[in-house]
Design a protein around this ligand. Structure first.
Ligand code: HEC
Ligand code: HEC
Ligand code: HEC
Ligand code: HEC
Ligand code: HEC
Length: 492
């Protein structure tokens, strides 16, 4: 009998095998429990991620008062409130002290007044300060007090979306919500600034940028709300070959950490000749935007321009704070470092990681804004930034000087009775030179966001100004040495 069951020699391994089997069963059962537990945990986490906060009050798409949100999220609200605090760095603007307006930019850079001759920016154009002031500063500038401005100005200076929604609803009660917002945006934009402002006040939503502008009130996820940005980024993506782009559906979280700022810190056309738009249909670089403007025709068939330069008659472009566009061309933008990484860095509050909602110059916050990536001393970081900024400022000042020389030369040619036809190509050069210089000057990082790109643009501006100056000077000489030639009357 050699049956295995009775073979004592075999009973040992058999027991071992049995033990193994039991162990495996236990292990499988155990790991199943662990996996099941994990799944439950993941599910809970996901639920938490959807609604991770203890709420004391309910906030909705119509809650524009940040104080209400502050009851649920006091740490973020506290940071938001601190945007009233004036801060100053070597180039970073701001009010000298609490309650005072920031200085006029032309005090330091008198060439700005020549560049803006005949435009509202020549009468009042100040350094920026914190978010809390954005609506008050818009109401207080001579640009709205003494000049007519469109309702579109509110797009970036107020928590204006509920007013858009409400207005759009009245115009098209059955349209989908997104369409209603677009309709309201167009209708409010067309109004006179003060009329739109009065409607905002009446609607009960008169606040500067608020929590609801960057956060979904249900999930607290980041979102973009500004129609100008939603339309602009869609046009940009279409140009890049992506159809029907919707940032709130298609963007990554890291992208959203810059997109929320790109709602306002961008170049735009505000009206009144057409609805506010971001000129991104051909790309974000300075000449891509210029090319879009040059090809753009207003309803009256005239080529796009912002105003007629008072001293020369050139139809010129006005650039506005293109932080988003310029950041995109820089090292940090290319490396995926977001606006929020530097301007709203994380800070620890006990066990919590909180984003600093005191949006401001990162140079007032180097430890958290830069040193999480750059492990050298605070002093050295400031030195590196200021070296970039000093070089940038020197080149900017030279470009301003070249612009003034150009304007003087064109004026002199005009005074010598140069005709419109003779001046046409020179005024084209002015348009190009001025667009480049203004684009760089209006950007608020004093070169930091993309040093090389901005130096390239300034180099071009200086060259274009000097070309125009040279052409104007030789035109004047020609006119002076040919006194008998038939000359049409001067333009003015
Ligand atoms: C790598 C860090 C970094 C990133 C990313 C970044 N910035 Fe900046 N930003 C700076 C620095 C440094 C300055 C210069 C501050 C100064 O001179 O005090 C600055 C200046 C500014 C200013 C002027 C602030 C002031 O007080 O003078 C604005 C506005 C601004 N950035 C907006 C943006 C926006 C919008 C984005 C994203 C599209 C962005 N920044 C991305 C570092 C960054
Ligand atoms: C696309 C968004 C956007 C629109 C539209 C917009 N602004 Fe602004 N505005 C900003 C941003 C961003 C700043 C801060 C950066 C700066 O000062 O360059 C600013 C700054 C300002 C300031 C403070 C600094 C200064 O220029 O004196 C005033 C005043 C102002 N805007 C008025 C207006 C008026 C008037 C209009 C309508 C003609 C308008 N804004 C339309 C985004 C916008
Ligand atoms: C200009 C856009 C903007 C505004 C306005 C804004 N936030 Fe945020 N908020 C952000 C960004 C960016 C983050 C980082 C989110 C991320 O990385 O996912 C953030 C994160 C948060 C978070 C997540 C936790 C944290 O701190 O990272 C909370 C909660 C929050 N914000 C509350 C508020 C409240 C309350 C207000 C109004 C008082 C507000 N936010 C206004 C942009 C904004
Ligand atoms: C709704 C439009 C809007 C949004 C969104 C917005 N900003 Fe601003 N920002 C402004 C305006 C307007 C000012 C100028 C306010 C003034 O001077 O009265 C400003 C000022 C600033 C300043 C200067 C602060 C100071 O103390 O001098 C910085 C830095 C800045 N913004 C960065 C950002 C960043 C980073 C984001 C995204 C997280 C962002 N902003 C989102 C409109 C906006
Ligand atoms: C999230 C990470 C991150 C943060 C935050 C960050 N940087 Fe950078 N920085 C980078 C990367 C990545 C590069 C590119 C390095 C490379 O490609 O070699 C860079 C490059 C630079 C350079 C080289 C200049 C250039 O344009 O090539 C300077 C200067 C600099 N950073 C300064 C700063 C300052 C100042 C701050 C804070 C306001 C800051 N960085 C915040 C990641 C970061």
């Amino acid at each position: 009998m050699t049956s295995e069951t009775t073979n004592p020699q075999n009973s040992q391994p058999r027991r071992i095998r049995l033990a193994w089997l039991i162990a495996i069963i236990i292990a499988v059962a155990g790991s199943t429990t662990v996996v099941a537990g994990l799944l439950v945990n993941i599910f809970q986490r996901k639920q938490e991620a959807k609604n991770p906060y203890l709420r004391f009050v309910d906030v909705t798409n119509d809650t524009t008062d940040p104080a209400e949100w502050g009851k649920n999220w006091p740490r973020e609200y506290d940071g938001y409130l601190r945007t009233v605090v004036p801060t100053r760095t070597k180039y970073g603007g701001g009010a000298p002290s609490e309650g005072m307006l920031p200085p006029e930019k032309a005090e330091k850079n008198p060439w700005l007044s020549r560049m803006f001759a005949g435009y509202a920016f020549a009468i009042d154009y100040r350094d920026r300060r914190g978010h809390a002031f954005m609506l008050a500063d818009q109401e207080n500038t001579k640009r709205t007090k003494e000049r007519k401005q469109p309702g579109s100005c509110l797009h970036c200076h107020a928590s204006v979306i509920p007013l858009y929604r409400q207005t759009g609803f009245e115009l098209a009660p059955t349209a989908p919500p997104a369409e209603q917002i677009q309709k309201g945006f167009v209708a409010i934009g067309k109004l006179d600034y003060w009329e739109a402002n009065a409607r905002l006040e009446k609607s009960g939503h008169k606040h500067p940028v608020s929590c609801v502008d960057c956060h979904d009130p249900k999930s607290m996820q980041l979102r973009v709300t500004r129609p100008g940005f939603i339309n602009g980024i869609k046009a940009l993506k279409a140009h890049e070959g992506v159809a029907d782009y919707d940032p709130n559906r298609d963007a990554t979280r890291q992208e959203m950490r810059s997109f929320v700022c790109g709602q306002c810190h961008v170049e735009y056309y505000c009206g009144p000749k057409t609805t506010l738009f971001f000129p991104w249909n051909k790309g974000l670089k300075v000449e891509e935007i210029e090319s879009y403007y040059d090809g753009y025709k207003f309803d009256d068939g005239h080529r796009f321009y912002d105003w007629k330069h008072e001293e020369t008659g050139a139809e010129v472009l006005k650039a506005q704070h293109p932080e988003f566009e310029v950041w995109n061309q820089g090292t940090h933008g290319k490396a995926g470092v977001a606006c929020a990484d530097c301007h709203m860095p994380y800070m620890r509050e006990g066990a919590l990681k909180v984003s600093d909602h005191w949006v401001r110059s990162p140079l007032t916050n180097i430890n958290r804004a830069c040193q999480q990536c750059h492990h050298y001393s605070e002093n050295e970081i400031v030195q590196r930034v200021e070296t970039i900024q000093d070089r940038h400022y020197a080149l900017l000042t030279r470009a301003g000087g070249a612009l003034v020389d150009m304007i003087d030369a064109i004026k002199a040619a005009k005074n010598a009775s140069a005709s419109e036809a003779q001046l046409a190509s020179i005024l084209e050069l002015q348009r190009k030179a001025q667009w480049r210089l203004d684009f760089v000057a209006a950007e608020n990082s004093m070169g930091f966001h993309a040093p090389q790109e901005l130096a390239r643009i300034l180099g071009e501006s200086i060259d274009l100004s000097r070309q125009a100056q040279l052409a104007a000077v030789s035109l004047k000489v020609t006119l002076a040495t040919a006194p008998t030639a038939a000359k049409p009357a001067a333009a003015n």
